[in-house]
Design a binder for this molecule. Structure first.
Ligand code: ZN
Length: 339
């Protein structure tokens, strides 16, 4: 089975956190967080349709400028999603520049900034290059609770965590993986081609087996035959990204629900557990807490990130502590917060 997307960390764990989610087909990408984006090429940044920003502390938002710089003459819009107050932060960023060269003749690059409250987008603002990025208030948008983006092949869900300020965590989930088995297709005597996209779509939408898929004019095949001989389906990939949160029961419950059964969980592990008091003061996790959460969410792969610079030479200790907690027998839920 081939994956719909390939996630990769933008930086090493002591640098700014960020996850680049690249689509294998279709020249498209998503970004979780906009910290230091230098390792990404302009070509990669140009593919970004949606950037999900956990919060606007500098290490999560300073890369906005680089993204804007690369995308300024793009014809397709850039969607930015962040917590309450986010649209104002985007506006301030845009206002920092002299934009007298933008006018009605410019390429109309559009930025849409949406503030997610947990239940929906309470505020949506649009900034158009042709209007020198003057802010336009748009109608609020409410999808189902927790839903940030819902497309044919995947969805992105989010939750609002407490980091002293609201901070968003995200989960990308492919709906259903439908892959073509070429040998089976060959035996059926059908060519590979764009028509397969329609077939995959029909499978994802749960169309009945007797429905007909058009291979080319005058030639159709039943969906049932395709499913039996040439298409393979499997549960889609789930990738969760969680940074900057206090270790309290409410946050943990939300993360466990968001990341449950994820194939990959990228989650902060900034402090060692001996420094749990500093972590608590700064509303961050320790590596052990991070491993506990990954364990409770029953994720397949746990990737601790966002290490504090104070452990610059002790990365292995953070990783070991996180991994030990992840591998440990699951603690009873009620016991976790007593220590
Ligand atoms: Zn941070």
């Amino acid at each position: 089975m081939t994956w719909l997307v390939q996630p990769s960390l933008v930086n090493e764990p002591f640098s700014d956190p960020g996850l680049f989610i690249d689509f294998r087909f279709g020249r498209r990408a998503l970004l979780f967080d906009l910290g230091d984006l230098k390792p990404l090429s302009p070509r990669q940044l140009l593919r970004v349709t949606h950037a999900f920003v956990s919060h606007t502390h500098m290490d999560h938002f300073a890369g906005f400028d680089q993204l804007l710089r690369v995308c300024l003459h793009r014809t397709t819009p850039l969607h930015l999603i962040g917590p309450a107050g986010f649209a104002d932060r985007v506006e301030h960023k845009l206002k920092a520049y002299t934009l007298n060269l933008l006018d009605a003749e410019s390429v109309d690059f559009i930025i849409v900034a949406a503030e997610f409250s947990g239940s929906g987008f309470d505020r949506v603002c649009e900034f158009r290059a042709r209007e020198a990025f003057r802010r336009r208030e748009m109608p609020a948008v409410h999808l189902s609770p927790g839903l940030l983006l819902d497309e044919e092949e995947f969805r992105v869900e989010g939750t609002v965590l407490d980091h002293g300020i609201p901070c968003l965590a995200f989960a990308f989930e492919e709906k259903l993986r439908v892959n073509v088995w070429r040998e089976g297709l060959r035996r059926l005597g059908f060519p590979v081609g764009p028509w397969l996209r329609e077939a995959k779509r029909a499978v994802r939408q749960g169309a009945p087996d007797h429905s007909q898929v058009c291979v080319r004019e005058g030639l159709t095949v039943s969906l049932g035959d395709l499913k039996q001989y040439a298409l393979r389906t499997a549960r889609g990939q789930k990738i969760a990204y969680v940074v900057d949160l206090a270790y309290d029961e409410k946050n943990v419950e939300k993360v466990v629900a968001l990341a449950r059964d994820a194939d990959q969980l990228f989650i902060e592990a900034p402090f060692l557990d001996v420094d749990a008091n500093i972590a608590a003061e700064r509303r961050h996790l320790t590596a052990r807490q991070s491993g506990n959460i990954a364990k409770r969410a029953r994720v397949s792969r746990f990737i601790p990130i966002h290490f504090s610079a104070r452990y610059r030479d002790r990365a292995d200790e953070l990783t070991r502590e996180a991994e030990e907690a992840f591998q440990m027998a699951e603690p009873a839920a009620g016991l976790i917060f007593k220590a």
